[in-house]
Design a protein around this ligand. Structure first.
Ligand SMILES: Nc1ncnc2c1ncn2[C@@H]1O[C@H](COP(=O)(O)OP(=O)(O)OP(=O)(O)O)[C@@H](O)[C@H]1O
Ligand SMILES: CC(C)(CO)[C@@H](O)C(=O)NCCC(=O)O
Ligand SMILES: [K+]
Length: 236
């Protein structure tokens, strides 16, 4: 059994991976006798990991930290300074590349931030964008204006707004949808009409997925990326 940990800017997420399946992990009561290795990634507060890694060490369990590299197998990172790319973005790309081989992908992780990454069918990461997540978009407006307010019950829809919370929420949603549409333009090749797979992850991933026909939502994308990273980094 493997312990997979993703430390983001809002929370630490952990799952136990066993027989190709994820089980929820209670980080206050981890089954150390059954855990064979720990694989983790961190874009947020690394101090959240201290206690778990110390427990792993005292149980003689080996820990691996996933890092971004220029290449991983046939996957190539767009950044010149690869260490600057968030590891969560790289792991989501690794998962997209592995789950959809030879397929152009747009990988969207919608949490605190929304990240959009573009991957060619050959495994070239063409680059991406970092947007405020839907909640950050709306809270930055309510906090920096006098009259823009949210009512806590208005949903995000792609309709035109006809009141303030509508205008605010829907503005955030369509800004995000529009960015994903822009990402498609970087992959569309009129001659080959290649299929582009749009993959969503993160807290707002399901909501966004519903806006794009043929797209998929995978709540475990980053966790799967941790597993694939581990496999690929051993063999390449
Ligand atoms: N059903 C849901 N479950 C969890 N979060 C949700 C859900 N629906 C919307 N959200 C929003 O998604 C965001 C959290 O998403 P996610 O868990 O992907 O966070 P994250 O940004 O990846 O966090 P971190 O940076 O800690 O990894 C929050 O803004 C939350 O309000
Ligand atoms: C953008 C976030 C915050 C998304 O979690 C993370 O991937 C990150 O901190 N990235 C570093 C900056 C970059 O990816 O260019
Ligand atoms: K994240």
């Amino acid at each position: 059994m493997r312990l997979l940990i993703d430390v983001g800017n809002t929370s630490l997420k952990a799952v136990l991976w066993h027989n190709e399946q994820a089980q929820p992990a209670d980080i206050n009561n981890l089954p150390w006798l059954q855990i064979t290795e720990v694989i983790y990634a961190c874009v947020g507060r690394s101090d959240l990991l201290n206690d778990i890694l110390a427990q792993a060490v005292s149980n003689n369990i080996i820990c691996f930290e996933a890092k971004v590299t220029k290449t991983l197998g046939n996957l190539v990172c767009a950044y010149e300074h690869v260490a600057n790319l968030g590891i969560d973005r790289w792991l989501a790309l690794i998962a997209g590349f592995t789950l959809y081989p030879n397929t152009a992908c747009i990988v969207v992780d919608a949490g605190t931030a929304t990240t959009i990454d573009v991957l060619s069918s050959e495994g070239l990461h063409l680059g991406g964008w970092i947007l405020p997540g839907l909640d950050l978009m709306t809270s930055s407006l309510t906090q920096n204006t006098q009259r823009v307010f949210d009512d806590g019950k208005t949903p995000f829809t792609n309709e035109l707004g006809k009141n303030t919370p509508n205008g605010l929420k829907n503005g955030a949603l369509v800004a995000t949808i529009g960015a994903i549409e822009q990402a498609k333009l970087h992959l569309t090749d009129k001659k080959t009409e290649q299929k582009v797979q749009i993959i969503f992850a993160g807290g707002y991933g399901l909501l966004l997925q519903q806006q794009f026909e043929g797209s998929i939502f995978d709540s475990l994308l980053v966790m799967k990326g941790l597993n694939y990273w581990h496999q690929l980094s051993k063999t390449t």
